[in-house]
Design a protein around this ligand. Structure first.
Ligand SMILES: [Zn+2]
Length: 410
């Protein structure tokens, strides 16, 4: 019996050594792996799917960060999501299938296939043995794989957790805005007036007493696997719209709260929601104003400036926004546009009635989409890279919102 164990151990050692050689070809050294294991033993990383913590089995290697990428045991997460994970020994490949997408990762290779299309990885899938028992776990890069399958992926530093949101099942047309219990979001955020530690003192127009308690829902466009518009696509300094929008929304939340406005955050991290989910969340939160933070893009690099989209709604009973809320999106759009161009120094492209936009027509309350500047324009792209862009953008919107609330509620 002992002999057999020794032989098995030797064979596995051999496999481990062979895969060790493969890592060399992908600039991951054994020392990188050891370092990651040591660090994550001291500071464990956990993983949650739609708000629920994923438990790994005893024999699995727990999540490990190697060269800033988190690798996780292949099965636990994706099988829980309802996907299928298979291992093919002859090709040394892990196959992760979900819905109509299949991701194929080869141990030690920086090339992965997503539905047959080759993509490059920073850190490959690896077989990692953390405790020297020669029982290795197949570890795959979680962000790459999850995003390829349409999940949202975010890192929460306070809890050292990778937060995964499963792909939203979009059943587009029928949404009853009054019932709409969206089963995907029951366990996610309920963020009205969260984050009390705002370090901003509002030194601008004071909010009227009569406007207090009206909720402004803040939506940052795109997120997760949806990058939005892309500036300098494929170049080393590529900039994704979602990464520009996120800090703006967070800043806007701080400004509005410091001005005494109640807010509701549709999202606070790099996760994805469908347009309908965003609208539904605002409806459920009972918001009075919905604002979506975006930046623009055009086929011509010449296009530049700021524009705000709105939708003059009339509901099924013939009631206007004014009838229902005492405030209307067109006025909010005007105020936000004029404060934005002052704050950013951009061209005033004006406001546009855009009833075709989902977040404008699926929300019940007055709603606007702000398009701050163009990622397709060189000078505006450099403006967006500057540290003060988010601040100026957020301040412009906040001033426009306070002004609109004050005009409406006296
Ligand atoms: Zn956008």
């Amino acid at each position: 019996m002992k002999k057999i164990i020794v032989i098995v151990a030797m064979i596995i050692t051999l496999i481990a050594l062979t895969s060790g050689m493969v890592y060399a070809g992908t600039n991951i050294a054994q020392s990188d792996i050891n370092e990651g294991l040591k660090f994550c033993e001291a500071y464990p990383v956990s993983l949650a799917l739609d708000g629920q913590k994923i438990a790994f089995s005893q024999k699995d290697v727990p999540p490990v960060i190697i060269k800033e990428k988190t690798l996780i045991p292949a099965r636990a997460l994706f099988e829980k999501m309802g996907g299928k994970v298979t291992w093919q020994n002859d090709t040394q490949t892990v196959h992760v299938a979900y819905d109509n997408t299949e991701v194929v990762l080869t141990i030690g290779s920086d090339k992965a296939l997503v539905n047959g299309k080759t993509e490059t990885l920073d850190v490959p899938a690896l077989i990692i043995d953390n405790d020297g028992d020669y029982y290795g776990s197949t570890m795959i890069p979680v962000r790459f794989t999850a995003e390829a399958l349409g999940c949202g992926v975010a890192w929460q530093d306070s809890t050292r957790s990778v937060l995964i949101s499963s792909p939203a099942k979009v059943d587009i047309p029928v949404v009853d805005s009054n019932t709409g219990n969206n089963n995907q979001n029951n366990n996610t955020n309920n963020n009205t007036n969260s984050n009390p530690n705002s370090n901003i003192t509002w030194q601008f127009e004071q909010l009227n007493e009569a406007a207090k308690g009206k909720i402004v829902a803040i939506d940052m466009g795109h997120g997760g696997h949806d990058s939005g518009s892309i500036g300098h696509k494929g170049q080393p300094d590529q900039l994704n719209e979602k990464d520009v929008n996120l800090p703006i929304g967070l800043r806007l939340n701080e400004y509005l709260k410091s001005a005494g406005v109640s807010t509701y955050m549709i999202r606070e991290s790099d996760v994805y929601y469908t347009l309908l989910e965003r609208a539904q969340k605002a409806n459920d939160a009972g918001a009075t104003i919905f604002i979506s933070v975006h930046n623009n893009s055009s086929e011509t690099s010449a296009a530049h400036g700021t524009e705000v989209l709105y939708n003059s709604k009339i509901n099924a009973d013939g009631k206007s926004e004014m009838d229902l809320y005492g405030i209307q999106s067109k006025d909010i759009a005007k105020n936000v546009e004029s404060e934005m161009v002052q704050s950013l120094g951009t061209l005033e492209r004006g406001i546009k009635n855009s009833p075709e936009m989902a977040v404008l027509n699926k929300t019940t309350m007055p709603a606007i989409i702000v398009e701050g500047a163009f990622l397709s324009n060189e000078s505006e792209l450099s403006m967006m890279r500057k540290d003060d862009y988010a601040d100026k953008y957020a301040l412009g919107v906040a001033k426009g919102i306070v002004k609109s609330l004050n005009e409406a509620y006296k």
